[in-house]
Design a protein. Sequence first.
Length: 149
Amino acid sequence: MNPVISPPLPLAERYERFRDSVFAGAEEPTRLPGFDSPLCELDLQSLWFCGSFGTEFKTEDGRAVKITDFGSWNAASGPDFTGVSMTIDGQSIRGDVELDPDVRDWERHLHVSNPDYNKVVLHVFLSAPETQKHFTRTASNLDVPQVHL
């Protein structure tokens, strides 16, 4: 009896299955000091946009970041904030900012393969696993600085 061989899955479906197996059950609620319940991403975006987290940060690799203009809050698909002005280690930069409750959301939400996120110049997140280092890269394979709030 010959075994039945299934055709290979499309690349996108293989990646989705891989991603789901790696991140299964990994989404945890995001809690901030002073808040009784977890915050949704929309709440986090609101707090970011009004400056509640401040305007000066350090990237994960130690560079100074200063937000000079929070840009436009994007209610459509794509990065959360567009046209953001900032300095990173004194260099003026203008681009998009993505805010996620967890650093792993960059992969979970498939931003890594979405060309709409190629203009992201800063990935801001609230939580990250202590045991793993995560990188933020665009579909063009450009490294995006990360800020852990």
